[in-house]
Design a protein around this ligand. Structure first.
Ligand code: NAD
Length: 439
């Protein structure tokens, strides 16, 4: 069992740090955000992630996990340093590695004993080599460190389960010593026969981009199929179900909807196109995936204006702001584009999300934040369901209709049966089915 410093306690760092502590390692979770660390020390979770607080409390209580803002000491006290730092899109869509390199510079300043430096952040292919060169250029001897790429595949909303029972663990390194240390850290998973894929660093870095781009491709693909279904009178729900029964295709990530969002797919697909560009080629499939996704978000507003052509001074209710259920994350959420477009057309927004309102308020302080779906419906000219939170699945549609100014519902997650909704007097639309409204 090893002494680990987890740099960054965001969605990935906090879950990974907790998981590694639960595997028996001693983990110092460190962040430059004093507020986050203060909350964690007081048993408050700075993000919404089901099941995480209980696991943190257990590991803190059993003495395997601490929180601090002292970066230098955390580095000195640990043998393995995980970087779970932000890698946002840069100005041209390339990966912004400034957080990673700033942490590497701190490591270079304080390093005394041997360290394994592990990138858990999603980083451009070649970053591991750049980290090595940077440390050497700052006077750190080569034998003082090894670099490992250990990309993370967890999904927000089910992150704890994903980390504790992953489909595979990818470890990219040139060093046998580092590989052994990493296997020891993940020993609990090894015991339950989780596949460990050992590769070189660049291959590990690429695996993460290829995986995310493939999943994003599935989503854009089914959204494109959905749009064709609408025009030719087929039902994308049934198409996707039948496709998914084919083991070669699988039913995962085949849900037509308002386009993918979140902190990973948008920035990672874009980054992959830039990585390809840097290597002198174009990633044409990935470029199309991005374009289809952008169009799909706008398509939601197009559907709205088909039912309600003039949005000026109309009140549009938005159900769900997070990019998916069970998270408070609104990064690149379809709601951002949809709300922006409606505001541009002169509409007014009232919205509700069980967890993401605080985050959305940072982007749109001017819209009205309500406390339930029914409050959102009250006085609305149209409702758009954007996130399939469980509590939106069984709404009392009679009550919703009676509260609304005009009964228009757009279900971008296909959770309502069109006939049932229209029987209740709504004008309706969804994704991937040809809807013939009755008036
Ligand atoms: P995040 O923004 O939620 O968390 C990053 C944290 O790092 C923040 O708390 C920030 O304060 C902290 N930080 C910044 N600079 C620091 C420094 N020098 N020292 C210590 N802490 C510092 O980001 P995230 O969603 O956890 O993503 C982290 C990385 O993991 C990204 O590369 C992302 O692409 C990747 N990833 C994310 C997910 C996901 O679902 N969110 C999944 C897989 C991979």
């Amino acid at each position: 069992m090893r002494n680990i410093a987890m740099l960054g306690v965001g969605y990935v760092g906090l879950v990974s740090g907790t998981g590694l502590a639960d595997f028996g390692n001693r983990v110092i979770c460190v962040d430059i955000d004093e507020e986050k660390i203060r909350k964690l020390k007081n048993d408050i979770l700075p993000i919404y992630e089901p099941g995480l607080l209980e696991l943190i409390q257990k590991n803190v209580h059993q003495g395997r996990m601490v929180f601090t803002t002292d970066l230098a000491k955390s580095i000195q006290d640990s043998e393995v340093i995980f970087l779970a730092l932000p890698t946002p899109s840069g100005e041209k869509g390339e990966v912004d590695l400034s957080y990673v390199f700033s942490a590497i510079d701190t490591i270079a300043e304080v390093i005394k004993g041997f360290k394994v430096i592990v990138t858990k952040s999603t980083v451009a292919v070649g970053t591991g080599d750049r980290i090595r060169e940077r440390l050497i250029s700052k006077g750190v001897a080569e034998e003082m460190f090894d670099v490992v790429s250990n990309p993370e595949f967890l999904r927000e909303g089910s992150a704890v389960g994903d980390f504790m029972r992953p489909d595979r663990v990818v470890i990219g390194t040139r060093s046998e010593k580092a590989l052994e240390i990493m296997k020891e850290i993940y020993r609990s998973l090894y015991l339950i026969e989780t596949p460990i894929v050992a590769t070189d660093i660049r291959t590990a870095e690429m695996i993460k981009y290829a995986s995310n781009a493939f999943l994003a491709t599935k989503i854009s693909f089914i959204n494109e199929v959905a749009n064709i279904c609408e025009r030719v009178g087929a039902d994308v729900q049934q198409v996707a179900k039948a496709m998914g029964l084919d083991g070669r295709i699988s039913n995962k990530f085949l849900h037509a909807g308002p386009g993918y969002g979140g902190s990973c797919f948008p920035k990672d697909t874009l980054a992959l196109t830039k990585i390809a560009e840097g290597a002198g080629m174009r990633a044409t499939i990935v470029e199309s995936v991005i374009a289809v996704n952008h169009q799909q978000k706008l398509r939601v507003v197009e559907k709205l204006t088909q039912l309600l052509p003039d949005l000026r001074d109309k009140v549009i209710g938005i159900l769900g702001l997070a990019f998916k259920p069970n998270t408070d994350d609104v990064r690149d959420a379809p709601a951002l584009t949809v709300i922006d477009e409606i505001l541009k057309r002169g509409g007014k927004i009232q919205g509700y999300d069980p967890e993401a309102m605080e985050e959305m308020r940072k982007h749109f302080p001017q819209i009205r934040y309500m406390t339930s779906a029914y409050e959102v419906a009250a006085g609305a000219d149209a409702l758009i369901l954007l996130t399939e939170w469980n509590q939106f699945r069984g709404l009392n549609l009679d009550e919703i209709r009676n509260l609304m100014k005009q009964p228009i519902l757009i279900d971008t997650r296909n959770i309502y049966d069109p006939e049932t909704v229209m029987d209740k007097g709504f004008r309706f639309d969804c994704i991937g089915r040809k809807i013939v409204n009755r008036s």
